[in-house]
Every structure is written in C-alpha cells, then in structure tokens.
Design a protein around this ligand. Structure first.
Ligand SMILES: [Zn+2]
Length: 267
C-alpha cells in the first residue's frame, strides 16, 4: 500500500519536474526574444507566452510614465519610423510627475529649412549643420528701393562667430535689452541697384516657417514684429512678454544658444 503511494508520488514528481523543465525552456526563449527578462513571477510565464507581443516592439521600451493614449499610439508596429521617433521624443519632454500631472504637448512641424528642426522656432546646432556640410544659410530678401526679390546667402560659421562674440562681450552690459543696432538693423546693400541699407528680409506670414537662423546671422531679427518675436519666445520656453527690446534680446540669446548650446548664451 505505502509502496504504491510512493510510486504515485514519484510519478507525479517526475511529471512536475518535466513541466518545470519545459517552463525553463520557454523562459529561455522568452528572454532571447525580448530585450528585458521578464520580472513577473515564473508561474505566469506560460500563460504570458501566448499573449506575448512581437519581440522588440516599442511596448517593451516605453517608460511606465506614458499614459494610456500614448501606449495606444505607440503599440502599432506599422507607424512610420519618423512618427515613432517624434512620439518618443515628445514623451521625453513630459513634465516630471507631480501632484498635478499634466502632459505638456509639444507641437511638431515639417522643418521649413534644412537647418531647422521639427520643433517650432528651433534650429539645429552649429556642430550638426557643419557635420551635414551645411555651410551656407540662405533666405529671401527684397530691396526697398528697386523692389527686386532675391535670395541672399550667409556664411554660417563666419556670421555666427561675429554675432556670438558680440553677445559674449555685451551680454552683461545689455541688461537683457536689445541694443539700438538690433532694434533698427543696418540692412544689406542691394546687389542690383546698389542702394545701401535697403534689403529687408521677407518674413513668412506663416510663423512656423520663419527663417530664424537667416535672420540671426544677418542680425535682422529686429525686422520682425513684436508679435513674431513673442511667438518665437513662446515656443522656446521664454515666457516673457514686454517691450520689443526685451523680447528681441531674448530671441538673439536663445537662437545663439540653439546654435551653440555649450556657449555663453544663458541668461
Ligand atoms: Zn535694389
């Protein structure tokens, strides 16, 4: 009688042992398929295997701070790569969780120029642009005298060194106010009628498409209206309203910082 019981126990143990080995095999497969080994209790591994998402989907990579809506956006694997990168980039900009956990929406655009990013009023760094062989920055201008419209070019490095060193030298002295030369810029000479101080930049009515880097390099940001400058500040985390000289100063400083984030262009 007891012999029979022992045999029965041994038989069950054997079956259990075999099942456990299978579980190990499956866990091994699981860990090979996914970048992170499951931290769930082993007992759940078998049922999870059937509902396991395809390997290396974004679901495996997403952070737990994403809300349900974003999970739904991230889940399909057929989203174009660009969209995924944008969503992930957006998720990085979420405010840290606090009592009032509100998501900050970052609006993205199609970059209006090769030197602009997909964020509104934001340009690439000098380092990035030079690495992409973008040495010349161009923009549309119009002569106030002969009214000819044409495209003007600036040497990125040369012009940025000029404006950058001016900002560096005068930042403290300026006390967060744009100097007269920025407020009323000296305009270029027209290449057709040779009229001095006559070529003004054509500023796109669609604010998302303003050629900010061109305006910076030509030191012609002062040609923007107060409304356009406030738009720039709003989209670059400068929540300042006020007189044009203050907003213009911030636009110069912020654009210099975008081009050279390691430079002395912080407030
Ligand atoms: Zn002209």
């Amino acid at each position: 009688m007891s012999n029979h019981n022992n045999e029965e126990i041994n038989r069950k143990r054997k079956i259990f042992h075999t099942l456990e080995e299978e579980d190990d095999d499956e866990l091994l497969k699981l860990s090979l398929m996914t970048p992170f080994r499951s931290t769930r209790p082993r007992i759940q591994a078998r049922e999870n295997l059937k509902s396991l998402p395809p390997p290396l989907t974004l679901e495996n990579l997403e952070s737990s701070s994403l809300n349900l809506q974003q999970r739904t956006i991230l889940k399909p694997t057929m989203i174009p790569k660009e969209t995924i990168q944008r969503k992930r980039r957006n998720s990085l900009k979420l405010k840290p969780m606090s009592g009032n956990a509100k998501e900050v929406k970052i609006e993205t655009i199609t970059p209006p120029f090769p030197w602009a990013t997909n964020l509104i009023a934001t340009v690439h760094t000098l380092q990035y642009l030079l690495s992409k062989q973008l040495f010349i920055i161009s923009g549309d201008v119009q002569c106030k005298r002969c009214e000819r419209r044409y495209t003007m070019e600036f040497d990125l490095q040369e012009k940025f060194v000029e404006i950058g060193s001016y900002v560096m030298k005068n930042k403290t002295f300026l006390k967060e106010r744009a100097p007269l030369i920025w407020m009323t810029p000296l305009l270029p000479t027209c290449q057709f009628c040779k009229q001095e101080n006559s070529v003004k930049p054509i500023i796109c009515a669609d604010k998302n498409k303003i050629n900010w880097l061109f305006l910076l390099l030509g030191q012609m940001l002062g040609c923007c209206t107060l409304d356009e400058l406030k738009f720039f500040c709003e989209h670059t985390n400068n929540h300042r309203t006020g007189a044009k000289d203050r907003v213009l100063f911030l636009a110069y400083l912020t654009l210099c910082r975008q081009v050279d984030p390691t430079g002395p262009f912080h407030r």
